[in-house]
Design a protein around this ligand. Sequence first.
Ligand code: ZN
Ligand code: ZN
Ligand code: ZN
Length: 239
Amino acid sequence: MPSIGCECATCRSADPRDNRLRPSVLVQSGSTSVLVDAGPDLRQQALRHRLACVDAIVFTHGHADHILGMDDVRRFNAALKGPMPCYGNRDTLDDVRKMFSYVFDPAAPKGGGLPQLDLRPIDGPFSVGDLVIQPVPLWHGGKPILGFRFGPFAYLTDCSALDDRAWPLLEDLDVLVLDALRERPHPTHLSLSEAIGVAERVGAQRTFFTHMCHDLPHEATNARLPKGMALAYDGLVLE
Ligand SMILES: [Zn+2]
Ligand SMILES: [Zn+2]
Ligand SMILES: [Zn+2]
């Protein structure tokens, strides 16, 4: 947000919460930090939040708005002095290999110019430093993708439905972040009313919606959401 070339009221809004980069979240515990997704705005987001490095990147899925920042992982490689552990399901890691074929081409000239990515397929809970990470199976239209639970916090973006196996993994949450694209139904994303229904069933203490398009102006939409629910915005920090 805003959309290129759009003159709608939300895209012209002066509210900074209506001006958003591609969806991503940084999760920190103790000295461990994990980035969820590496979209095209990774560089700008890292600079804005003075993020010098992370210990790992976990991927929800392989769509462009969630992986196209991978080339900028070079700076994190320099800080880590090694390859970046990258976790995702097999489809997602295949998408990364295809999209960044030059990175995985043994004939590509070596040097400082390529990100070093250590792709690690996941099919169950795993740990990065202090963080235990529980993958949560979701449906993004017909595509099986992952959300992630980190203790009392869960991040479920880009979903049109939760898999049956997801519900028991989402009990007793303090904070849920959940996809809500717009009011009208969409084949691969939850609409706002669908997302409210999912949020009520999960029953987290607080729910923040993410991945909204310009159909949902921040302030006006927030004002009519049920108690404990709000739209997320860039720079939102949760303790
Ligand atoms: Zn617009
Ligand atoms: Zn997607
Ligand atoms: Zn997306």
